[in-house]
Design a protein around this ligand. Structure first.
Ligand code: MG
Length: 341
């Protein structure tokens, strides 16, 4: 099995602001594996605040190359992917790129999309939210108008209280579409966080993602007992092993391929979360249609999706899952459902 990888810079349509920073591009790594005349595509997307870079991804993939070359049976994902995971700690986006490429290869070899291999109904894909980052009112109004086809708007909050209220009031001056809020750990005082959630609850907000810093589970549990809205873990929930400790702290989890090493672990996380009574959400970074279409294969299983990553970039090299009237549409193509443009 041959492995190829090349750095790729995702160019964003708009500068994207969250609680702690703002940016106009995202470094990525495109991965391709080839075996028996079939190519599998994968991708690592690496927003700088998560700690991976094109250099660390290239170093990890070079290290994984020997394991990939030695694969005799690519169908043994339960053997191959845990072995790749143990090559080095971290590197979750680089690991996800290999996981996605292997899944794409296996699906193509079998001639079936992964939603079919998992037994899922493609009509049950959820609607996806469209994310509006922190910005000045004119830009927020413009982005809200551009989001007219979406049934849910996701808003980044958590910089400070006047900005939080401005963001919500600006969006509400344009539309009454339901809103989900992502505070990105930005609320550090639990009493103030509760007052903000109560203010949001009467303004058509559906849930709150990561209200407080990721390690502050006691404060988050305090908040959850009093919160009129469900709380969803994002930064507090990276991988399968994190979920058990979140029961009673959050109402649900946001699963992202780039955090959890890919489709194999994401599928297990959905199963465990549901067994524990937690709601599930599939999220993304800014990504091409490669990683988005991979995640979309799992989307009929989850309560909410935030898979707008490919819509936010202007140089997507792939065709894959699309968004029609705000709902995810899975192409009837084998593997993860993508082809090169
Ligand atoms: Mg988030």
């Amino acid at each position: 099995m041959d492995l190829r990888f090349s750095p790729y810079t995702l160019e964003l349509r708009h500068a994207f602001g969250i609680a702690t920073n703002s940016r106009t591009s995202t470094p990525a790594m495109l991965v391709e594996i080839e075996h028996d005349g079939i190519n599998g595509f994968g991708e690592a997307s690496m927003p700088p605040y998560l700690g991976e870079t094109q250099e660390t991804a290239a170093a990890f993939l070079a290290k994984a190359d020997a394991s990939i070359r030695g694969i005799s049976d690519p169908f043994q994902l339960e053997e191959i992917l845990p072995a790749i995971d143990t090559l080095a700690p971290g590197n979750t986006a680089a690991k996800a790129a290999l996981d996605i490429a292997l899944h794409d290869w296996v699906g193509k070899k079998l001639g079936a999309p992964w939603f079919r291999l998992w037994g899922l109904d493609p009509k049950k894909t959820p609607v996806t939210s469209f994310t509006i980052g922190i910005d000045v009112p004119d830009v927020v109004r413009q982005k809200t108008r551009e989001a007219a086809i979406y049934k849910i708007i996701k808003v980044k909050l958590g910089r400070d209280q006047p900005t939080d209220e401005m963001m919500i009031e600006t969006i509400r001056s344009v539309t009454d579409t339901p809103i989900t809020v992502d505070a990105n750990q930005g609320w550090t005082n639990r009493d103030e966080a509760l007052r903000m959630i109560e203010w949001l609850a009467v303004r058509g907000v559906v849930f709150i993602e990561q209200p407080m810093p990721k390690a502050r589970l006691d404060d988050t549990a305090w908040l959850r007992e009093r919160s009129p809205l469900p709380l969803i873990a994002d930064e507090s929930c990276q991988r399968l092993g994190d979920i058990a400790a979140l029961r009673g702290v959050f109402d649900g989890i946001n699963i992202k391929l780039m955090k959890c090493t890919g489709l194999r672990e994401a599928h297990k996380m959905i199963t465990l979360a549901r067994a524990l009574g937690l709601k599930t959400m599939l999220g993304c970074m800014t990504e091409t249609s490669c990683a988005i279409s991979a995640a979309a294969q799992l989307s009929p299983l989850v309560d909410w999706a935030d898979l707008d990553g490919a819509v936010l970039i202007k140089n997507d090299p792939f065709d894959g899952a699309t968004i029609v009237d705000g709902k995810i549409l899975l192409p009837d193509r084998a593997g993860i459902g993508v082809r090169k443009r």
